[in-house]
Design a protein. Structure first.
Length: 161
């Protein structure tokens, strides 16, 4: 393969990846707003859009790995570095590759933030359910039938008037 053709192909992939990562950043920030607002319907739509971005990123990654394999290089970060060194002596693509890494790290941090918020909310709901079922303060152990043991306590009964 000609280095110029390889460079052009990588340039196109990096353009696509940078654009997709920037879109994912916005989607993750929007998802966070929906989480804070408890807007389940919008959160569901945002999740679909996020999954679409992730799918696109996976396709780009597959294409980049395929390019490495075609050049008999390992399909990992070291292989991509070697590929960039071969086809891009001006190091223009190296800067863009670093930008992709930075954007991906930002997306990971945003996703972790959203995941932490979801985890806290799930723990809160679990705690409320424990109070309703009478398991508050009880150890969380599985019984012989695969469910939580009730430790001999009967669940609380709630009545609405």
């Amino acid at each position: 393969m000609d280095p110029k053709i390889c460079r052009e192909h990588l340039d196109r992939l990096l353009d696509e990846e940078i654009g997709t990562l920037r879109r994912l950043e916005v989607l993750l920030d929007t998802e966070h707003e929906y989480l804070l607002a408890n807007d389940i319907e919008e959160l569901d739509r945002a999740g679909d859009a996020r999954q679409e971005c992730v799918g696109k990123l996976l396709r780009i990654e597959d294409e980049r790995r395929s390019l490495c394999r075609m050049m008999n290089l390992p399909a990992d970060a070291a292989g991509i570095e070697r590929l960039l060194a071969w086809c891009d002596p001006s190091r223009h693509l190296h800067r863009r590759w670093a930008e992709c890494g930075s954007l991906a790290a930002d997306c990971r941090n945003r996703n972790d933030r959203n995941g932490a918020l979801v985890s806290v909310r799930l723990k809160r709901v679990e705690g409320m359910l424990d109070v309703l079922t009478g398991r508050s303060g009880q150890p969380k152990v599985y019984g012989s039938k695969g469910g939580y043991e009730n430790a001999g306590r009967s669940p609380n009964v709630l009545a609405t008037v």
